[in-house]
Design a protein around this ligand. Structure first.
Ligand SMILES: C[S@@+](CC[C@H](N)C(=O)[O-])C[C@H]1O[C@@H](n2cnc3c(N)ncnc32)[C@H](O)[C@@H]1O
Length: 356
């Protein structure tokens, strides 16, 4: 890679790209379609420089059916000597932890270096009886392994509706009844303290979300992160330390990195509510829960509830009061797909909401 490419790569990391892949002539950069806007590259200083000419093209990638790819070339993968991840069409291995994962459209088969390293870290931990958060759960692979290692309860969050469906299906397939799958893009349950937080997303999301991990992690709790490169470690370390998170171990695989951090700050330990059932999508009516925040005005919340959740003005006003005084309020019930769309719109308006 040329020095200019390296500079460009560093500057592009200020935009919400999810990953970069080196090629023979430069690199490919991947960004979710909803975060891409016209002329967004103009904010990058190197594009304005007369010293360098940058060639690029924009391509839209259709959602990949990882299932088809999985079935065509998937081989079971062994992590350590006691854990195997396989598809349902493979024979049994009789390992201590045997995960059956059907990824469909989601990320998380165990083959990617980042997932693999987090699993390696986790398999060396004593997870029994603990509460775990899998942030960016994809297929739910990390939540499932935590459940098989006898964690007490696990929240699995993703901002992609496909991953929510897929994680629920995989949790059921693996008989994990203590995984609570939630659609959302951040930790919003204020009363939760986790012993383990697992995040395999990317550098920018980690930098942004360290404060919320530090707040939600119990004292001496463990944060396992991946989804970035060796060169990103100094900036991640500096930001993590600002919030009392200390790196205690590093792993590297093909330039990808994973870190184990400990929370050195005391947070009040509040036991999260136990979830003892994973319900299938067909069984349950879903609900959007709206949470209080310090940013949005009453008027904005009311306007959003009227516009997005079809509330009458009085209904919206009552909900806004409940949110303000009780911290949260169920604002809409209905089918999963319908609520995901509405919840996404509330999130785009800057509100804190999730579908449960
Ligand atoms: C690299 S995949 C990791 C999947 C799985 N945990 C694993 O380790 O293989 C990252 C996942 O994070 C999700 N994601 C990205 N940004 C997120 C955010 N802000 N909040 C919640 N999930 C997010 C993506 O949809 C994707 O499923």
């Amino acid at each position: 890679m040329t020095p200019w490419s390296e500079i460009l790569l560093a500057q592009l990391q200020s935009l919400p790209f999810q990953s970069f892949q080196m090629t023979d002539i430069g690199f490919d950069a991947f960004i979710p379609e909803n975060l891409h806007y016209n002329n967004f590259l103009e904010s990058i200083p190197l594009f304005k420089s007369s010293d360098v000419k940058i060639h690029f093209k924009l391509d839209k990638i259709e959602p990949t059916n990882w299932n088809a790819k999985w079935e065509s070339d998937f081989k079971p993968i062994l992590v350590g000597d006691n854990c195997v991840i396989r598809a349902d069409f493979h024979p049994k291995f009789n390992k201590e932890y045997e995960l059956v994962i059907n990824p469909k459209m989601s990320f998380g088969t165990g083959h990617h270096q980042t997932t693999f390293m987090i699993m390696e870290f986790l398999l060396n931990e004593n997870v029994e009886g603990s509460s775990v958060l899998d942030m960016g759960c994809g297929t739910g692979i990390l939540a499932i392994i935590a459940s098989k290692m006898r964690a007490k309860n696990i929240d699995a969050i993703d901002n992609d509706p496909w991953c929510i469906k897929n994680s629920k299906e995989n949790a059921v397939q693996n008989q994990c009844k203590n995984i609570n799958v939630v659609f959302g893009n951040q930790i919003i349950k204020k009363s939760t303290s986790y012993d383990f937080i697992l995040v395999n997303i990317n550098r920018n999301i980690l930098l942004d979300q360290f404060p919320s991990y530090a707040k939600a992690l119990s004292f001496k709790g463990t944060l396992l992160i991946s989804g970035f490169y060796i060169k990103d470690i100094p900036i991640l370390k500096e930001r993590a330390e600002e919030f009392g998170l200390q790196i205690v171990e590093e792993k590297e695989k093909d330039t990808w990195c994973a870190l184990k951090l400990k929370n050195e700050k005391k947070n009040p330990k509040i036991i999260p509510q136990e979830s003892n059932e994973v319900e299938t999508l067909e069984e349950k009516e879903y609900e959007i829960i709206l949470y209080n925040d310090e940013v949005n005005t009453f008027d904005h919340v009311i306007e959003c509830l009227v516009k997005i959740c079809d509330h009458s003005y009085i209904q919206a006003e009552q909900c806004a009061f409940i949110v303000h005084y009780s911290g949260k309020c169920g604002v809409k019930t209905g089918a999963f797909e319908e609520l995901i769309l509405k919840c996404n719109k509330l999130l785009e308006e800057g509100l804190s909401a999730e579908v449960v």
